[in-house]
Design a protein. Structure first.
Length: 158
C-alpha cells in the first residue's frame, strides 16, 4: 500500500471510530476541504469533522476503492445518518479526491449528488428545490453559521 493510500485509510478508519483528533492529524496546516456544503481552509476542516462527529446521534461510515500514488489519491465513501434538522435518514454516497504535501492531506474534495442528498435530508422541499442554486446556497450558509458557532466555542480552530 502506498503512503497516500495508507493515509486515506487511516483517515476513514478514524472517521468510522469517531476519532476526530486522528482525522485532524491527517491534514496539512494549509489544508483545503470542499464539498457541496463547505469550503474550508487551514484548521476549519478539522473543526468540521469534530463538529459533525460530536453532533451525530447515529453515524455509520463505510469506505472502499482507496487509491493513492504520486501525491494524489481517491476513495469512495458512504455516510448513513439522521439529518439533525429533520431526523430524516440520509445515505450519502461520496467520491473523494485528495492531494498531499509533506505526507499529509493538502486538498480534499468530496463530490456527491446534492439533489439526492436534499431529497433524503429535507423531503419534499429538497425534491422540489434541491436542484436549485437557491437551496444549495442556503445550505452552505447554514453550514457555515453552524461551524462558526462551533469554532466560537473551540478557539483552537481559529
Amino acid at each position: 500500500m502506498t503512503a497516500e493510500a495508507a493515509l486515506i485509510t487511516r483517515f476513514y478508519t478514524a472517521f468510522q471510530q469517531g476519532d476526530w483528533a486522528t482525522m485532524a492529524a491527517c491534514y496539512h496546516p494549509e489544508a483545503h476541504f470542499s464539498d457541496p456544503a463547505f469550503d474550508l481552509r487551514g484548521k476549519q476542516p478539522a473543526a468540521m469533522w469534530r463538529m459533525l462527529i460530536e453532533g451525530a446521534t447515529a453515524l455509520e461510515i463505510r469506505f472502499n476503492h482507496v487509491q493513492g500514488d504520486r501525491g494524489e489519491g481517491s476513495a469512495s465513501w458512504e455516510a448513513i445518518y439522521p439529518f439533525s434538522q429533520t431526523g430524516r435518514t440520509v445515505h450519502n454516497r461520496i467520491q473523494a479526491r485528495f492531494s498531499f504535501r509533506d505526507g499529509l492531506i493538502l486538498r480534499h474534495e468530496d463530490q456527491f449528488d446534492f439533489w439526492a442528498w436534499s431529497r433524503m435530508a429535507l423531503g419534499a422541499p429538497g425534491y422540489l428545490l434541491g436542484w436549485s442554486p437557491l437551496l444549495r446556497n442556503k445550505v452552505r450558509k447554514m453550514a457555515a453559521q453552524r461551524l462558526g458557532r462551533f469554532t466560537e466555542k473551540h478557539p483552537e480552530y481559529r
